[in-house]
Every structure is written in structure tokens, then in C-alpha cells.
Write a protein that binds this ligand. Sequence first.
Ligand code: SF4
Length: 717
Amino acid sequence: PCTKGVVMAETKSTCCYCGVGCGVVIEHEAGRIIGVKGDPDHPANFGRLCTKGATLHLSAAPDTLIARALHPELRSSRDEGRQRVSWDTALDTAADKFAAIIAEHGPDAVAIYGAGQLLTEDYYVFNKLMKGLIGSNNLDTNSRLCMSSAVAGYKLSLGADAPPCSYADIAHTKALFITGSNTAFAHPIAFRRVEDARKANPDIQLVVIDPRRTDTAEAADLHLALLPGTDIALYNAMLHVMLWEGWINRDYVDAHTEGFDALKKTVREYTPAMAATICGLDRKHIEQAAQIFATSPATMSMYCQGLNQFSFGTHNNSALINLHLATGQIGKPGAGPFSLTGQPNAMGGREVGGLSNLLSAHRDMANAEHRAEVAALWGVDSVPEKPGKSAVELFKALQTGEIKAVWIACTNPAQSMPDQALIHEALKTAEFVIVQEAFGHTETCAYADLLLPASTWGEKDGTVTNSERAITRVRAAVSAPGEARHDWAIVVDFARRLGTRLGKGELAARMFPYSAPEEVWNEHRESTRGRDLDITGLSYTMLETVGPQQWPFPEGASQGKVRLYEDGIFPTPSGRARFVVTEHRITAESPSARYPLHLNTGRLRDQWHGMSRTGLVARLYSHEPEPMLHMHKDDMERRQLANGDLVKVKSKRGDVVLKVVESATLRAGQSFLPMHWGGNTMGGQGVNVLLPSDFDPYSKQPELKHAAVQVEKYTAG
Ligand code: SF4
């Protein structure tokens, strides 16, 4: 009991930041969150939390209420400010606008843009609204910016979007390749496991592949500081070495894969000497990496945006998976390609089909059989065949007027999308912009014609799925402030109103009967029956009593699967995994005389995404108080720059002004910017104004990891 005589209560939930998905215990009293600690029973973290998770309660402190969206707000014209309105007025207006646009221009004239921070139940109803009731596939999310290349890579190589490993494999591995991920900063609790495993077994070899000498790379036995975007050349050369040295697992290749001969022909060209030149590496290090990968009894890779965020991100993934298949390093303890998800529920979003090319339960929109199955599940005549717009395409279509209205939920594209000038122009041009947000201060909120206040962490109920396919409950500890509502409930209310206006009132009532998130989840569960992610053996009750569970978990099973493909059978038509022929390609922009530096972007230790939540916690600024351009000392000397000088960083698309700092983590010719600061916090343009919107042809994920820039000392005026 607390001193005021009010009983302090504890509610178990999940951290809302990264894809590690740590369990938390929320301490609250009298309707206020007052503390947070790690859940000792949660298999993702066993009680540990990083700096971000451990300060979650501070992001919900009373003084942060000022940052919250508390009431629906509407403006009647772009020249006016928004006025507080009732929920009825807000949702009637939204339904009127969407119905009028659909009637005049068709269903593809509206779009929804969501986020990997939405819960699975929220995602499910948004997807059903757009693809089922409205009849368009124009639903995409910010997962397009972080994980879509991993999705496409898994599907292309292994046949399904299913990470084959678990965090528990870290303790079993003998060689860990961390590539394109500063795990120590971006997934800190997963990295604690790596440290624990190496303490317990000092023979585990850690190889880190990253252009920067990050904290993760500092811990490595071998750090390959390759030039940005040259991963494919490196992996192909490693395969070349494995072939030359006879390190291929022929038995595994013959029994469980297809397409190896075509790949063999391709990698013949990728000699270590050639790759050393392309990657800027020592050929001996390439050979050493190949030997470690192929000859270790168990090799695992963990990877993230450094592979995904390139205009060839899918093949970056496939080239790495090729190595696992060629050596049989998959489907056994401590082995396999493990994609780390950036967001807390990027995985759950994929499960319900929350991208413009996906349908429920890992079905493909391009597959007629899958469309028919989903139409039957939802009780609609059909699900549209026409491809929906992916993130970049969606905002381009908004800018040209092809899409007239957009509903943005739980994300901040005015800061997080590349080529910011285009995104801001698109939001200005749009006829009607709905923003559904917990935090009313984001850059995107400034463009909202209608602002819908949403509940957030600590206030909402549902489920999320973390990087290792573990479904975890998210629980409400307190009520949402003001008039904020739960995301799924806003969608359901809107859907019924829109249905009436479209002459589909009865259908909408049938499609959206839910009064609690569990009802939504149960329907999602049924949609997975017989699919690779079958969770028909799970229930909310089981998640409550037994704790997080990994999929697949079909009816009748007693537990989920820690590891996939142990039997060597893959979900492809032949049952075999596929080698994908991958070739080195150059980045969308190469350094030139005018823009001579590579720019790399990434996360800091104590901030998360656009800082709409971490930015509210003063303590989290002590690590890095402001955005700074990190540069090599030679590049600074050449420009007569000293630490703390203001510089203008310019790409073909725009510029930002900020301080510069010398960094020993970079090679000459490279620079680095943290991704977190937007125009609001930098007093002008945000970091992403510099990045190109070129995207991967398979995944449509944009190249947020690289631009060519020039840097010069900034003098005001
Ligand atoms: Fe939250 Fe990720 Fe930190 Fe865990 S590692 S506490 S999920 S931010």
C-alpha cells in the first residue's frame, strides 16, 4: 500500500519500443502509471530492460499530458486552426469525406497508412476496412520502411515470411554474424544475451559487418567495415571461398535446396580480390569470415536495417540466406538467418497482412486463391486484385492527386519518410488528411484536417508479436486521458458509419461486430488455420496464464515452435529452399565531385524513431543531447571544421544545418546522422529530407540507409 492509502497495482504488459518485445510490469496507483520494471517471467528479457524500456513510465508522467492528443479536432478549411469537436462529428465528417471521394473517384482514391506500433487487433480491423469494406489495397504501413525487404527475402529464399530462429539460439550458436545492425544500441536486451552467451562460452566467434565501428562492432572478434551497400559482393565472395575450399554442405544442398548451380556460376566471378576492391576490405578478412561461417558447428546471423534499407535490400537478405543454405546452417540449434524487427509489432502487422501486397495470415494479394479465401472469411464478394500503393507510391499518388484522402494512424510520415519535400507537398495537396495519434505534437499532426486522439502504451489491450514469432499480451494499466479511444474501436465505429453511406450498412455491421480486442484476435486466429503461422491452438486465456507463445501453434499442439525447418522441408512448391542469384549493385546515389561523402543513418542508444515518446523523457537526452553529424577527422580537417561547428549537410533533395563531431567509428569519406530528429526538433528540416525515395523492386523498401552528401561550414546569413 502507498502512503496515501491507495493500493499500488501491477499490470504485466510489453515494452512498446523495439522488436525484442521485452515484458514489463507497469506499476500504477489511482489511475496513474508510477513505475515500470522488467517482467522476470517474460522469455524475451527475463526481467531486464534497457534505458528506453526502464523509463517508459516517465513517458506517461502527468507532465507529458501536454504532448497528448486529448480530443477530436477538426478544421473546416486549411486557413483555419482545428477546433475541438465531438467524436460523432469527427467520425461522421470522416465517413462523409471518404464516402464522397469513393463515390466520385472510386475506392482507390483513398488510402490508409499505419504503423508497426499498432497492435495486431488494430492492424486487423484497418486491413479489413480497406481491403474488405472499401475495396482497395491502398493500405500500407511504416513497416515498409524497415522490414519489407526481410519479408521479401524470407519469402524468396525460404518460401514464407517466418524467421526460423529464436533468441534462445543465441546461447547455442558457435559463430554469430551480426550484419547491418548496431544491436547493442537498437536491440539492447538481445545484445545482452550475446554478451551472456560469450561469457558462458568464450569460444563463440562474433563477426560484425558494418561500415561503422559501432558499439556492437567494438565487441567483435572480426569487424568487416565494408563500404555502404556492398554486402552482396561480400557474401558472394564468401560463397566463392566456401566453394573453392570445399566447405559446402553438399548433403544439405542436395537434399533440401534448389538452384545452387546457377548461383555457383554467378559467384565464380566474385573472387575475394574482386570483393575486397568493391567492399574496401582486406581479402584475408573475407576469407576468414567465410571460414568461420562455414566451419563453425552452428552459425547464426542477426540483421536489420543495414541490409533492408537499400534499393536492393531483398537481395541483400537473399545473399546472406544463400550462405546459410550452402552450409546447412539453418534448422538446428544456434543456426539460421534471424531478421530483427525494428518495431514492437512489425511482425504482427505482417501476420494480418498489413501491407499493400499482403492479405491475412501471410496470404498474397496477387494470389487469386488467397483472395477468395479471405473474401470468404470476411463475408464479402471479393477482395480487390489491383495492387495497392506501397509507402513511397502512396505519398507520390497523394501529391499528384490520384489519391485524394489519407488516414494516417500511429506514425509520423512527415518526419520518417525519405525525400521529405515530396511528403510535405503531398500532405499539403491532399484533399483530406486524418491523423489518428496519441501524441498531438508530431509533424504529421500539423497537416491533419481531422485529428483523432488515440490511446497508447499502458492504456490499451491486445497482442503484439516480437522478432522471434512470440505473441505477447499488451495490457491496459490505466484509462486513456481525455477523450482518447483505442485504435481498433475508432476503426469499428468509422466502418459502420462509412458502410451506411456506401449503401453497405448491413455488411459493415456484420463485418465489424466487435466490442473487445479479443473478439478481433479470435477472428484473426481463425484466418491462420492451416497456414504457416497457424495459431488456432492459442487463446487470450492461454497467453494470460502460460505467457508468450511462438507460432506456429496449431490446434492440438502443446507448444509453439522454437525453431523452424528442422526437418529440412520448406514451404515452397517443391519443399526445397531456393538459392537466389544475387549480383552486386550500386546504391541509388554514388558519391560524386559535388556530393563527395557517403551518408549513413541509424539509431542512437536512448532514442526511438521520431522521438514522439522518448523525446518526452529528459533523462534520455543525457547520452546524446542533440543531433550531430559524425565525420572522420580527415574530412573535417579538409573542410577546416572543429567539433561543435555548425555545418550544412546537403544532398540533391535538400539540406539540414546542425553541429559536427569527429568520430573514430567512421572511415574517411563517410558520415553518419542519427535518424531521430525531425523538422520540429531541428527548427527546420529533419534528417530525412536528405534521403532518396528510390526503392527495392521486390520489397518496395526505400533506401533510407544511404545518400551522397556535401558538407560545408555554415555561416548564418
Ligand atoms: Fe524495450 Fe527493446 Fe529495450 Fe526491450 S530492448 S526494453 S523491447 S526498447
